[in-house]
Every structure is written in C-alpha cells, then in structure tokens.
Design a protein around this ligand. Structure first.
Ligand SMILES: NC(=O)c1ccc[n+]([C@@H]2O[C@H](COP(=O)([O-])OP(=O)(O)OC[C@H]3O[C@@H](n4cnc5c(N)ncnc54)[C@H](OP(=O)(O)O)[C@@H]3O)[C@@H](O)[C@H]2O)c1
Length: 325
C-alpha cells in the first residue's frame, strides 16, 4: 500500500510508521516539521493542518491515516483535499463516550455532549470534537471507505504524557512508593505498538467501521502495574485511600496517573468493551513487555526531561509522612 500518515513523528504515529515500513508498505508523512523522529525512510511533506495542505499530493493514496487532528475543521480540510484516497483511517478516542456509566464502548453507552460555548482548540471539549471529526470523515468517505479507531489510554515507548511512564520510572527507582486506591482496582490501557499493528492489519484486511481499542476489560489491576514496574527494585508500595487523596486536591489521570478520583464517577474509562476489535484481529501484548520496552526507552531519554504527569519525590514523601505519621 501507498500510505499517507497525517502526523507520524510523536507517539502513536511513530509506531504506525514503523509498523507500516516493517510490513513492506510505502509511507509518506505530513507534519509541520517541528517534531523530528528518527530518520525513517519515508517521504516527508511539510505544512500545517490548520489551512496549509497544498504540499500534499491529492492522488495515489491507498490509505490516509490521520493521527493529528482533534478539530473538525482540520479533518474537513484534509478529507476534502484527499477525497480520492481509497480509505481514510481516523484516530479518535474513547473520550467520545460519556464515561459516567459502569461500562463503555461497542455501542453500550451515550456519547459525550458538546459543552456550551465550546470552540475548536478547547481541550475541555476534546471528546465532543473528536466525535464530530469522525462524522466528517464518514460524510466524505462513506461507510465503505472509513475506519475509525477509538483508543483508550495509549502507553509505551515515546509516550509524551507520562501517564503510564510515571509508574515505570517511579517503580524502577524503588523506596516507599505512594500508590492510589486499592491494588485490586481495575485499570485499562493499550500499548501503542498494539494499536499500530491493529490499524495496519485493518487496512491490509480491507476492513471498515468503528473500533474501540484498549486493553481487555477487568483483567489488569493497578496492583499488577505496580508489581511489574517495581520488579527488580527494592520497593515498598503504600496504598493510599482514594478519598484521602481527593481531600488533598487530587483528581487523577494527570496528577495521579492510572487513577481517577472516586467522586468523578468516571467508571467507564476503566471498563471499555473491545469485542469488535478482538474479533477483527486486535492482539494485546503482556503488561511486562510494555513495562520493559518503556523502561528501555526511558534509559535513552534525558534524566532531567520535563515530567508532565504524576508527583515529585518531595511531594510524595510529604504525603506519605502525613498518611502514616
Ligand atoms: N495518548 C493517548 O492516550 C490517546 C488516547 C486516545 C486517543 N489518542 C489520539 O491518538 C492520536 C495520537 O497522537 P500522536 O501524538 O501519538 O500522533 P503522532 O502522529 O505521533 O504525532 C502527532 C503529529 O502531528 C504533527 N502535527 C501536530 N500539529 C500539526 C499541524 N497543525 N499540522 C501538521 N502536523 C501537525 C506533529 O508533528 P509537527 O510538530 O512536526 O507538526 C506530529 O508528528 C491523537 O489524535 C490523539 O487524540 C491519544
């Protein structure tokens, strides 16, 4: 296949490019040229999705993979420009769902609503705009040429969000580790390499439709993650009550990765059904493989890189002192 990736140099897109190349496909990428990944043998087109697509050829694409758009106007522009492509795969998100239900995905729940006065660029309306973006793709490419993936939390090497990496890094360092909630609490996420492999497989198998893509529901706990992340380290994990954390201002997700404050009642985020994806070829690697690959990648990263999720060691020490004086 001759594939154009709109994106391709940060995280999921990077794994997609690698997977496509390994499977023998021809790959082009379109970015602003700011984020530079490895020297993969790809054709590079430069421009901005916000109004400047002219560098990209309109014809000749067996598939377009769109990883870099949250906003319907961007998707509308790229769909119009590339309307003659054979297929368009849009990477959406499980944030399109209203996650307050006990379980989401595979048509089991309502969608999130567009907040009043929202504007493109407003991350509070991310899920609602992703949903509208999906509709734009379907309107242009029709059901027979559209694939929509709705990933849950994506993790693994090159993750710029630290929302899983935090635990890998913290676990490896050892010592007394503050862990949120209870070890038996369910968590759900997916290795970026599994999403990439599945996306390429869907294109190769000429499938279409909408897929929720994350780990198997109710099979992995936060205790499993901490166990995998502390393996080989001298560590004591201290489980800290969720309500206690909430009373100290924690909401989860960003300030305490893989955990969501109980009062937010976003249970659906950690219980997504993925039956359709499993039926059509999604395969999921073991947790230990994801932890190991993330650890290996981290060793090559600068030690003083900016951490964008989790808490500092100082804050952790202070909290533990308060929790068990
Ligand atoms: N991370 C998660 O847990 C998660 C969960 C669910 C869904 N998702 C979705 O998954 C997708 C994955 O994103 P990713 O960052 O991993 O993809 P990626 O393809 O690796 O990186 C994003 C790319 O977009 C380019 N880009 C950004 N703004 C641009 C613009 N205005 N014009 C042209 N190119 C632009 C960036 O390069 P330049 O900077 O050089 O332009 C970069 O190559 C996103 O759509 C996200 O919403 C993520």
């Amino acid at each position: 296949m001759n594939v154009l990736v709109l994106g391709g140099t940060l995280f999921l897109g990077r794994h997609l490019v690698r997977e496509l190349l390994e499977r023998g496909h021809r790959v082009s990428i379109f970015t602003r040229g700011r984020t530079v990944a490895s020297e993969a043998p790809v054709t590079r087109y430069t421009g901005d999705r916000d109004g400047d697509l002219h560098a990209v050829p309109r014809d000749g694409w067996d598939a377009v993979i769109d990883t870099s758009a949250h906003w319907p106007s961007w998707v509308a522009a790229s769909c119009a420009h590339l309307a003659r492509a054979k297929r368009y795969l849009y990477v959406s998100s499980i944030s399109v769902y209203d996650s307050r239900g006990p379980e989401i995905g595979d048509g089991r729940c309502a969608f999130t609503e567009m907040p009043a006065n929202a504007r493109e660029g407003d991350m509070d309306a991310y899920g609602a705009y992703k949903l509208r973006s999906e509709d734009v793709v379907r309107a242009v490419f029709g059901p027979e040429r559209t694939i929509v993936l709705r990933p849950g939390l994506i993790v693994g090497p090159h993750d710029p969000t630290d929302r899983f990496t935090y635990w890998v890094e913290r676990g490896s360092a050892g010592g007394d580790i503050l862990a949120p909630g209870a070890p038996e609490d369910d968590v759900q996420f997916v290795d970026a390499r599994d999403v990439a492999r599945f996306a390429v497989r869907l294109l190769e198998d000429e499938r279409t439709g909408t897929y929720d893509v994350t780990g198997r529901p109710r099979t992995t706990t936060i205790g499993d993650v901490l166990r995998a992340c502390t393996s080989g380290a001298e560590a004591e994990v201290v489980w800290v009550d969720g309500e206690w954390l909430e009373a100290r201002g924690f909401e989860g997700w960003q300030d305490m990765p893989l955990w969501i404050a109980p009062s937010l009642e976003l249970h659906g985020f950690m219980n997504v059904r993925i039956d359709r994806a499993l039926e059509d070829g999604l395969t999921l690697r073991p947790l230990t493989e994801t932890v190991e690959a993330t650890r290996t990648w981290l060793r090559e990263e600068p030690i003083d890189r900016d951490r964008v999720a989790g808490i500092s060691r100082e804050r952790e020490t202070d909290l533990l002192r308060l929790y068990r004086p």
